[in-house]
Design a binder for this molecule. Sequence first.
Ligand SMILES: Nc1ncnc2c1ncn2[C@@H]1O[C@H](COP(=O)(O)OP(=O)(O)OP(=O)(O)O)[C@@H](O)[C@H]1O
Length: 594
Amino acid sequence: MGGEKLGRSVFGRLVAVLRGSTRAYWALTGLWMLLRVGTLSVGLLFQWFFDELGAEGGVWAIIALVAAVEAARLFLQFGVMINRLEPRVQYGTTTRLRSALLGTALSEPGATSRTVPGESLRTVGEDVEETGFFVAWAPTNLAHWLFVAVAITVMMRIDVTVTAALLSLLFLLALVTAVAHSRFLRHRRETRAASGRVAGALREMFGAVGAVRAATAETRVSAHVARLNAARARAAVREELYAVVQRTVIGNAAPIGIGLLLLLIAGRMGEGTFGVGDLALFAFYLLVLTEALGSMGMLSVRLQRVSVALGRIAGFLGGRLRPPPSHPVPAPRGRGGSEPDRKATASPRRLSVHGLTYHHPGTHRGVEDVDLLMESGTVTVITGRVGSGKTTLLRAVLGLLPPERGEVLWNGRPISDPASSPTAPRLGYTPQVPRLFSGTLRENILLGRDDATFDEAVRLAVLEPDLAAMPDGPDTVVGPRGLRLSGGQIQRVAIARMLAGRPELLVMDDVSSALDTSTERSLWDGLLNGTATVLAVSHRPALLRAADRVVVLDAGRVEALGTYEEVMAVSAEMARLHAATDPPSGARMVEESG
Ligand SMILES: Nc1ncnc2c1ncn2[C@@H]1O[C@H](COP(=O)(O)OP(=O)(O)OP(=O)(O)O)[C@@H](O)[C@H]1O
């Protein structure tokens, strides 16, 4: 497994994710420092200017100097930093992270199972944004520390007591800002979650209008949505409250500070120990100090957030930041056009599974100690009751779930990275619930491959009659934004997609559950032609009888293994399953296959 280690500390991880934008980052940090030095010098120029006001000459020169420093600052800040360097650091980092996450998800599909379900999208979205924002914001913060240190030293040298009093006030205000900021963030998260619940309820309600009306549940469902909406409104008000507190404190910190300053220095000015120039310098530094202390107050909150975000990113990436692939990401076998061209070989090919064990995180459910042997050209069918672990087994064999124990071997050699190992067979996988994209049928089947295999895939998936009946044939737009296909059509489009990659090993999860008998028979007639190796989950007697080997799973373990007749003779679980099958349809399938 290549790639740079992400480390454990938040700083180590930040350094790792910044690789590639390091020069831009340091240039940005250096320029922010320079800018703050400029701000410090403007304060000193103001002091000089007001001290010189009564004196002859020099005033215009100071005004010219201030104008020059400010012009240079504006050019640097807007022309170079905000327009060029900040986007480079921020979007360079987010792009690199997203490429790494996407590359990991595609080349090592078990990655998504390392995070809590549903969290992967949040990692790719919010966590990456948080990290990108932090690395672009950190240089401003660093420069603020420099400004604060130097400004306090300069002010202390003028008057220790006044400076200490002003700083106490500012630290108090910074503390209030930090607390308000952290509450604001918490309530913003709550508002977002509440908005998600409202949107989800509305989506479900629109999707189930018929069911709601049939149950005459309109009033209750509307009341439920109204309750969710009220909760969202409460969360939004709290979020806005803390946003306003934050804005008010930051906006008024400088005027309050200047008020205190005037109170403190009134006597001193009369005594002549505090000059007009000193007042100008203090007032100017106070303005910048309030901004700086506000930003410094946010550092701990932002550090906490970015550390959590980086923790999730590191978890997804398995602790390593892989460089984005310089070649197209290897597609899961049977799905892309860039599969390595594995030579057909006359030597026997076999896929074997030894002691494969996987449990879903935090549960005892999964598969335990599974041994399997599949010679090339043979058909293996896994069967078992609902929840017995059939899908889990397929996914673990495919490497979509990282095994706890055991291994998968191809011709006796372990396949460590099933997605890209050149020694692994070219796999095609059709899941139990296939997903189609918004696009044409052709695009859904080819997924970017050239269309050399299209006709054959469509024929074998028994899709030809369906395409002939569609207005635009293979160019009919389907998926969420197109024609709605039936369950059986979706299954066959997914099978055609799998076949278009010319896989050597076909892995199918209950793919014929929505097919009528004759379509199913045509499908298996085409697929079980003796050349492809098939590993399928099914309850259908026709397929079970056609299989070279039937694997009966019970609570994640292999309960029986053998031909259909053999397992029927020895397996109590198989007998139960058979008895549960609808007798007329079971009998019909058996007859048809005979
Ligand atoms: N992501 C998950 N997290 C926790 N438990 C899971 C998860 N997926 C499946 N399970 C549990 O693992 C067990 C095996 O599930 P699996 O989907 O492999 O069964 P199956 O035999 O394929 O079921 P079906 O016939 O319904 O497809 C079940 O008890 C299921 O509830």
